[in-house]
Design a protein around this ligand. Structure first.
Ligand SMILES: NC(=O)CCC(=O)C(=O)O
Length: 303
Protein backbone atom coordinates (compact mmCIF):
# COMPACT_ATOMS: atom_id res chain seq x y z
CA UNK A 1 0.00 0.00 0.00
CA UNK A 2 1.39 3.40 -0.89
CA UNK A 3 1.43 6.43 1.38
CA UNK A 4 -1.85 8.26 1.64
CA UNK A 5 -3.90 5.42 0.20
CA UNK A 6 -7.15 5.32 2.03
CA UNK A 7 -8.40 2.17 3.69
CA UNK A 8 -11.98 3.42 3.84
CA UNK A 9 -13.74 1.21 1.34
CA UNK A 10 -17.46 1.42 1.87
CA UNK A 11 -19.98 1.80 0.26
CA UNK A 12 -19.34 -1.33 -1.76
CA UNK A 13 -22.75 -1.69 -3.31
CA UNK A 14 -25.11 1.11 -4.08
CA UNK A 15 -28.54 1.30 -2.57
CA UNK A 16 -27.74 -0.26 0.82
CA UNK A 17 -30.09 1.24 3.37
CA UNK A 18 -28.76 2.33 6.77
CA UNK A 19 -30.51 -0.61 8.38
CA UNK A 20 -28.56 -3.09 6.23
CA UNK A 21 -25.41 -2.18 8.16
CA UNK A 22 -26.99 -2.90 11.53
CA UNK A 23 -26.58 -6.59 12.17
CA UNK A 24 -27.35 -8.88 15.09
CA UNK A 25 -24.59 -11.34 15.93
CA UNK A 26 -24.91 -14.44 18.10
CA UNK A 27 -21.68 -15.95 19.38
CA UNK A 28 -22.30 -19.51 20.55
CA UNK A 29 -19.74 -20.52 23.15
CA UNK A 30 -20.19 -24.31 23.07
CA UNK A 31 -19.17 -26.39 26.12
CA UNK A 32 -18.32 -30.07 25.82
CA UNK A 33 -16.44 -32.84 27.58
CA UNK A 34 -15.24 -36.29 26.55
CA UNK A 35 -18.40 -38.33 27.17
CA UNK A 36 -20.84 -36.92 24.65
CA UNK A 37 -20.84 -38.84 21.34
CA UNK A 38 -19.96 -36.61 18.38
CA UNK A 39 -23.32 -37.29 16.69
CA UNK A 40 -25.19 -36.16 19.82
CA UNK A 41 -23.08 -33.02 19.96
CA UNK A 42 -23.84 -32.22 16.33
CA UNK A 43 -27.57 -32.65 17.03
CA UNK A 44 -27.37 -30.51 20.16
CA UNK A 45 -25.53 -27.63 18.49
CA UNK A 46 -27.64 -27.82 15.32
CA UNK A 47 -30.84 -27.52 17.41
CA UNK A 48 -29.39 -24.51 19.23
CA UNK A 49 -28.45 -22.78 15.95
CA UNK A 50 -31.84 -23.55 14.40
CA UNK A 51 -33.49 -21.61 17.24
CA UNK A 52 -31.46 -18.42 16.64
CA UNK A 53 -33.88 -17.10 14.04
CA UNK A 54 -33.39 -13.44 14.97
CA UNK A 55 -29.67 -13.40 14.12
CA UNK A 56 -27.94 -12.12 10.98
CA UNK A 57 -24.63 -13.81 11.76
CA UNK A 58 -24.05 -16.82 14.04
CA UNK A 59 -20.56 -17.96 15.05
CA UNK A 60 -19.45 -21.32 16.52
CA UNK A 61 -16.03 -22.31 17.95
CA UNK A 62 -13.09 -24.19 16.44
CA UNK A 63 -13.44 -28.00 16.22
CA UNK A 64 -16.48 -28.08 18.53
CA UNK A 65 -17.65 -31.40 17.03
CA UNK A 66 -14.31 -33.16 16.54
CA UNK A 67 -12.66 -31.88 19.73
CA UNK A 68 -10.18 -28.99 19.83
CA UNK A 69 -7.54 -30.93 21.75
CA UNK A 70 -8.82 -34.48 21.06
CA UNK A 71 -6.00 -35.01 18.57
CA UNK A 72 -5.92 -38.79 19.15
CA UNK A 73 -9.40 -38.98 17.58
CA UNK A 74 -8.94 -36.58 14.68
CA UNK A 75 -7.89 -39.08 12.03
CA UNK A 76 -10.99 -41.21 12.76
CA UNK A 77 -13.36 -38.28 13.06
CA UNK A 78 -12.13 -36.37 10.00
CA UNK A 79 -14.75 -35.81 7.33
CA UNK A 80 -15.07 -34.23 3.89
CA UNK A 81 -16.60 -30.83 3.23
CA UNK A 82 -19.98 -32.50 2.67
CA UNK A 83 -19.75 -34.73 5.77
CA UNK A 84 -22.12 -34.94 8.76
CA UNK A 85 -21.06 -31.66 10.43
CA UNK A 86 -21.28 -29.67 7.21
CA UNK A 87 -24.66 -31.16 6.28
CA UNK A 88 -26.13 -30.43 9.72
CA UNK A 89 -24.74 -26.89 9.72
CA UNK A 90 -26.01 -26.16 6.22
CA UNK A 91 -29.47 -27.20 7.34
CA UNK A 92 -29.18 -25.16 10.56
CA UNK A 93 -28.10 -22.00 8.68
CA UNK A 94 -31.11 -22.36 6.41
CA UNK A 95 -33.47 -22.97 9.34
CA UNK A 96 -32.13 -19.93 11.21
CA UNK A 97 -32.08 -17.80 8.04
CA UNK A 98 -28.67 -16.49 9.09
CA UNK A 99 -25.11 -16.48 7.83
CA UNK A 100 -23.41 -19.20 9.89
CA UNK A 101 -19.71 -19.40 10.63
CA UNK A 102 -19.84 -23.03 11.74
CA UNK A 103 -16.46 -23.05 13.44
CA UNK A 104 -14.10 -25.67 12.08
CA UNK A 105 -13.85 -29.38 11.35
CA UNK A 106 -11.02 -31.79 10.72
CA UNK A 107 -11.35 -31.91 6.96
CA UNK A 108 -10.36 -35.05 5.11
CA UNK A 109 -9.49 -34.72 1.42
CA UNK A 110 -11.59 -36.93 -0.88
CA UNK A 111 -10.02 -40.41 -1.26
CA UNK A 112 -9.48 -39.91 -4.98
CA UNK A 113 -7.89 -36.43 -4.69
CA UNK A 114 -4.39 -36.29 -6.16
CA UNK A 115 -1.79 -34.94 -3.75
CA UNK A 116 1.93 -34.90 -3.15
CA UNK A 117 3.20 -37.72 -0.89
CA UNK A 118 4.14 -35.27 1.89
CA UNK A 119 0.58 -33.90 2.05
CA UNK A 120 -1.52 -35.76 4.64
CA UNK A 121 -4.88 -34.63 3.29
CA UNK A 122 -6.13 -33.43 6.69
CA UNK A 123 -6.74 -29.81 7.66
CA UNK A 124 -8.39 -27.74 10.39
CA UNK A 125 -10.97 -26.11 8.13
CA UNK A 126 -13.51 -23.40 8.94
CA UNK A 127 -16.86 -23.42 7.17
CA UNK A 128 -19.07 -20.44 6.43
CA UNK A 129 -22.63 -20.95 5.17
CA UNK A 130 -25.01 -18.43 3.64
CA UNK A 131 -28.58 -17.87 4.80
CA UNK A 132 -29.70 -20.34 2.14
CA UNK A 133 -27.46 -23.06 3.58
CA UNK A 134 -24.93 -22.94 0.73
CA UNK A 135 -21.27 -23.32 1.69
CA UNK A 136 -19.87 -19.88 0.82
CA UNK A 137 -16.30 -20.06 2.14
CA UNK A 138 -13.79 -22.46 3.65
CA UNK A 139 -10.53 -21.56 5.35
CA UNK A 140 -7.77 -24.03 6.25
CA UNK A 141 -5.94 -22.89 9.39
CA UNK A 142 -2.56 -21.51 8.38
CA UNK A 143 -0.75 -21.51 11.74
CA UNK A 144 -0.91 -24.95 13.36
CA UNK A 145 -0.78 -25.10 17.16
CA UNK A 146 1.14 -27.75 19.07
CA UNK A 147 4.86 -27.05 18.89
CA UNK A 148 5.63 -30.15 16.81
CA UNK A 149 2.83 -32.28 18.27
CA UNK A 150 -0.97 -32.11 17.71
CA UNK A 151 -1.76 -30.03 14.66
CA UNK A 152 1.73 -29.86 13.10
CA UNK A 153 2.15 -33.64 13.52
CA UNK A 154 -1.25 -34.62 12.14
CA UNK A 155 -2.55 -31.86 9.90
CA UNK A 156 -1.45 -29.92 6.85
CA UNK A 157 -1.13 -26.15 7.04
CA UNK A 158 -3.47 -24.01 4.99
CA UNK A 159 -1.67 -21.99 2.35
CA UNK A 160 -4.04 -19.13 1.61
CA UNK A 161 -5.91 -16.38 3.34
CA UNK A 162 -9.64 -16.11 2.82
CA UNK A 163 -12.06 -13.19 2.79
CA UNK A 164 -15.73 -13.41 1.98
CA UNK A 165 -18.47 -10.79 1.64
CA UNK A 166 -21.17 -10.49 4.28
CA UNK A 167 -24.43 -9.63 2.59
CA UNK A 168 -27.57 -8.34 4.26
CA UNK A 169 -31.02 -9.81 3.77
CA UNK A 170 -31.49 -7.29 0.94
CA UNK A 171 -28.42 -8.66 -0.88
CA UNK A 172 -26.27 -5.60 -0.05
CA UNK A 173 -22.64 -6.28 0.75
CA UNK A 174 -22.18 -4.72 4.18
CA UNK A 175 -18.76 -6.03 5.25
CA UNK A 176 -15.84 -8.14 4.16
CA UNK A 177 -15.19 -10.97 6.58
CA UNK A 178 -11.57 -12.03 7.12
CA UNK A 179 -11.26 -15.61 8.35
CA UNK A 180 -8.73 -16.77 10.95
CA UNK A 181 -8.65 -19.59 13.49
CA UNK A 182 -7.45 -19.59 17.12
CA UNK A 183 -3.62 -19.65 17.13
CA UNK A 184 -3.65 -17.40 14.01
CA UNK A 185 -4.52 -14.60 16.46
CA UNK A 186 -0.85 -14.54 17.50
CA UNK A 187 0.31 -13.60 13.99
CA UNK A 188 -0.43 -9.91 13.31
CA UNK A 189 0.97 -10.08 9.77
CA UNK A 190 -1.84 -12.42 8.81
CA UNK A 191 -4.45 -9.91 9.94
CA UNK A 192 -2.65 -7.13 8.03
CA UNK A 193 -2.81 -9.30 4.94
CA UNK A 194 -6.53 -9.82 5.54
CA UNK A 195 -6.94 -6.07 6.03
CA UNK A 196 -5.18 -5.39 2.73
CA UNK A 197 -7.55 -7.88 1.10
CA UNK A 198 -10.43 -5.66 2.23
CA UNK A 199 -11.45 -7.17 5.57
CA UNK A 200 -13.22 -5.03 8.11
CA UNK A 201 -14.77 -7.79 10.23
CA UNK A 202 -12.57 -10.63 11.48
CA UNK A 203 -14.17 -13.85 12.71
CA UNK A 204 -11.99 -16.10 14.88
CA UNK A 205 -13.30 -19.43 16.22
CA UNK A 206 -11.09 -21.06 18.84
CA UNK A 207 -10.36 -23.82 21.33
CA UNK A 208 -8.21 -21.64 23.56
CA UNK A 209 -7.22 -23.07 26.97
CA UNK A 210 -8.04 -21.39 30.28
CA UNK A 211 -4.45 -20.83 31.46
CA UNK A 212 -3.76 -18.45 28.54
CA UNK A 213 -7.19 -16.81 28.31
CA UNK A 214 -5.74 -13.37 29.04
CA UNK A 215 -3.63 -13.68 25.88
CA UNK A 216 -6.83 -14.48 23.99
CA UNK A 217 -8.54 -11.35 25.28
CA UNK A 218 -5.54 -9.07 24.80
CA UNK A 219 -4.61 -10.33 21.32
CA UNK A 220 -8.21 -10.02 20.14
CA UNK A 221 -8.36 -6.40 21.22
CA UNK A 222 -4.97 -5.71 19.64
CA UNK A 223 -5.90 -7.27 16.27
CA UNK A 224 -9.17 -5.29 16.18
CA UNK A 225 -7.61 -1.98 17.21
CA UNK A 226 -4.48 -2.09 15.04
CA UNK A 227 -6.58 -2.96 11.99
CA UNK A 228 -9.53 -0.71 12.93
CA UNK A 229 -11.91 -3.59 12.31
CA UNK A 230 -14.62 -5.44 14.19
CA UNK A 231 -13.43 -8.76 15.59
CA UNK A 232 -15.66 -11.62 16.73
CA UNK A 233 -13.97 -14.31 18.83
CA UNK A 234 -15.83 -17.51 19.66
CA UNK A 235 -14.08 -19.78 22.14
CA UNK A 236 -14.95 -23.17 23.61
CA UNK A 237 -16.01 -23.93 27.19
CA UNK A 238 -15.84 -27.13 29.26
CA UNK A 239 -12.92 -29.55 29.68
CA UNK A 240 -11.98 -32.20 27.13
CA UNK A 241 -8.88 -34.36 26.66
CA UNK A 242 -7.65 -33.03 30.01
CA UNK A 243 -7.58 -29.42 28.79
CA UNK A 244 -9.82 -26.78 30.43
CA UNK A 245 -11.07 -24.31 27.85
CA UNK A 246 -11.03 -20.60 28.62
CA UNK A 247 -14.38 -19.34 27.34
CA UNK A 248 -14.39 -15.51 27.36
CA UNK A 249 -15.65 -15.24 23.79
CA UNK A 250 -15.75 -11.57 22.90
CA UNK A 251 -16.80 -9.03 20.32
CA UNK A 252 -14.45 -6.08 19.88
CA UNK A 253 -15.12 -2.76 18.13
CA UNK A 254 -12.75 -1.11 15.61
CA UNK A 255 -11.36 1.09 18.39
CA UNK A 256 -10.58 -1.85 20.65
CA UNK A 257 -13.57 -1.68 22.97
CA UNK A 258 -14.98 -5.01 24.17
CA UNK A 259 -18.67 -4.78 23.29
CA UNK A 260 -19.61 -8.12 24.83
CA UNK A 261 -17.79 -10.86 26.65
CA UNK A 262 -18.82 -14.33 27.79
CA UNK A 263 -17.95 -16.03 31.05
CA UNK A 264 -16.30 -19.43 31.35
CA UNK A 265 -19.37 -21.66 30.75
CA UNK A 266 -21.74 -22.32 27.85
CA UNK A 267 -23.28 -19.05 26.67
CA UNK A 268 -24.70 -17.25 23.66
CA UNK A 269 -23.58 -13.64 23.26
CA UNK A 270 -26.13 -11.41 21.57
CA UNK A 271 -24.64 -8.24 20.08
CA UNK A 272 -25.92 -5.53 17.72
CA UNK A 273 -23.24 -4.06 15.45
CA UNK A 274 -23.41 -1.05 13.18
CA UNK A 275 -20.87 -1.93 10.52
CA UNK A 276 -20.58 1.70 9.37
CA UNK A 277 -18.53 2.31 12.52
CA UNK A 278 -15.49 0.92 10.71
CA UNK A 279 -15.47 3.71 8.15
CA UNK A 280 -16.40 6.36 10.68
CA UNK A 281 -13.51 5.39 12.91
CA UNK A 282 -11.00 4.99 10.05
CA UNK A 283 -11.96 8.47 8.81
CA UNK A 284 -11.83 10.11 12.23
CA UNK A 285 -8.48 8.53 13.16
CA UNK A 286 -6.77 7.63 9.84
CA UNK A 287 -3.75 5.81 11.29
CA UNK A 288 -3.87 3.16 8.55
CA UNK A 289 -3.07 5.87 6.00
CA UNK A 290 0.28 6.43 7.73
CA UNK A 291 1.64 2.97 7.08
CA UNK A 292 5.11 3.12 5.55
CA UNK A 293 5.33 -0.15 3.63
CA UNK A 294 7.41 0.10 0.49
CA UNK A 295 10.09 2.27 2.08
CA UNK A 296 13.59 0.69 1.96
CA UNK A 297 13.52 -0.13 5.67
CA UNK A 298 15.22 -3.49 5.19
CA UNK A 299 18.29 -2.23 3.35
CA UNK A 300 21.41 -3.38 5.18
CA UNK A 301 23.64 -0.59 6.44
CA UNK A 302 27.17 -0.70 4.95
CA UNK A 303 29.73 -2.32 7.29
N1 LIG B 1 -6.25 -24.41 19.21
C1 LIG B 1 -5.31 -23.49 19.22
O1 LIG B 1 -4.89 -22.97 18.20
C2 LIG B 1 -4.79 -23.12 20.58
C3 LIG B 1 -3.94 -21.86 20.59
C4 LIG B 1 -3.39 -21.59 21.94
O2 LIG B 1 -3.65 -22.29 22.89
C5 LIG B 1 -2.49 -20.44 22.11
O3 LIG B 1 -2.16 -19.77 21.13
O4 LIG B 1 -2.09 -20.17 23.26
Amino acid sequence: MSEGQTTVRRPRSSGCGDSSYRIRVKVVQVAYGDDEPVSDRIDRVAALVCGLTDADLIVLPELWAHGGFASDTWVDRAEPLDGPVARAMSEAARAAGAVLHAGSIIERAPADAARAPEVRGLWNTSLLFGRDGALRATYRKVHRFGFGDGEPRLLDAGDRIVTTPLTGTDGCEVATIGLATCYDLRFPEMFRTLLDAGSDLFVVPAAWPAPRVEHWQLLGRARALENQSFLIQCNTAGTHSGVAMGGCSQVVSPNGVVLAQAGSGPEVLDVQLDLREVDHYRRSFPVLDDRRLGTPAREAAPA
